[in-house]
Design a binder for this molecule. Sequence first.
Ligand code: MRU
Length: 359
Amino acid sequence: MSLKSIIYKKQHLTILNQLLLPFEKEFIDLENTEDAWDAIHKMQVRGAPAISIVGCLSLAVELRTKTFGSCEEQADYVCERLRYLVTARPTAVNMTDAAHVLSEMTRGLVTTSESVSTMRDKVITEIEKMWDEDINANHELSRHGADMLLEKSNGEPVTLLTHCNTGSLATAGYGTALGVVRALHERQKLEHVYFTETRPYNQGSRLTAFELIHDDIPATLVCDSMASALMQHKNLSAVIVGVDRIVTNGDVANKIGTYQLAIAAKYHNIPFYVAATEYSFDVSHRTGASIKIEEREPTEMTSVRGVRVAAPGVNCWNPAFDVTPAELITAVITEFGIFTPSQVEERLIEVQKLKHHHL
Ligand SMILES: CSC[C@@H](O)[C@@H](O)C(=O)COP(=O)(O)O
């Protein structure tokens, strides 16, 4: 069974502190949205879908401890807390998207709910449903991805390269790109997975390595700078990565280093896939150029676990994400199936309609 990093029982939310992995396994309690904001901001929990799920679940926990004089007051509070959670990290769209869906739904409940407590229960139920649906979506997209890769390999085992961490630690559970890796392994059709260290924050060597070892998946770590050589020397079937935001023209924001992998894959004629659920789609940007890219502390580059590795006084530029142009992406793997970046716009409209089944 894949690693469980989010534990939620009525009135209680606990997460695995990813800052301490892989050396210590510490669980921390999140009692309210402020605790969740801090945990997201400090990256005790990270990965676009996990950020959103933990943010929303923290609101569910907090709502049980609050009293409101009216449904309207409760709705104002819910919407304000959701806006606040969105500010914890800027690049991934999942939290923004979930906040939008939940806010609209909550506003709609003001006139239709019998009491403040029935309204609260409906909001909480919706959040819990989102979590379940997200886990199911991970399984669905992983199944589609595995089917597609095996069709292309004529059923022969495949060898993949992945980047960052897109597994149970980064999602509601199971994973997106790493979910596809898991699904292939479960079918005994994964020859091998290579994964990058993912400098500067080492999500690969710390977190993906931890998950792959936990699940006993045949895997090998490479430094980011080795990716092109890997493509030249090892027989890779495909590169597969996760997503922080997919916009209308099919451009994708994801962990820094994704763009260079896509360029190298194109040169080596290796298919480059992105794997994501509906919550990564964002119609509000026409192209990736307008996505806000989070820039992080220079210490992530100059030190490793508190030990300085760069010369004192050096200048640093530390963008946490980059944008991969649609033309470098072979296909997008989702819970609804697989499509090309040029089909994203048309599929976005469908996805938006599907999202509104929540309302
Ligand atoms: C399914 S996770 C997709 C992305 O969120 C992941 O690849 C990534 O870029 C995570 O970045 P992080 O800065 O660790 O939150």
